[in-house]
Design a protein. Structure first.
Length: 63
């Protein structure tokens, strides 16, 4: 995840701490999500909804 985190923070659209902090928050949520799903061993509908939500939130911040 460190490479992904660095690359996404580098490619964030809006300059400044606010957007970087928001992308960092979303990446932390994505990492926690990955851990929860990997421990469970399967994807449910609620997992897909969470993943789509994270994607939707992160996309506007990236170029």
């Amino acid at each position: 995840m460190p490479f992904l985190r660095g690359r996404l923070l580098q490619d964030s659209k809006i300059e400044g701490d606010e957007c970087a902090n928001y992308v960092n928050y979303l990446l932390n949520e994505l990492e926690l999500f990955y851990r929860r799903v990997s421990w469970g061993g399967r994807l449910d509908k609620r997992h897909w909804k969470t993943l789509r939500s994270l994607h939707r939130d992160m996309l506007p911040c990236l170029r």
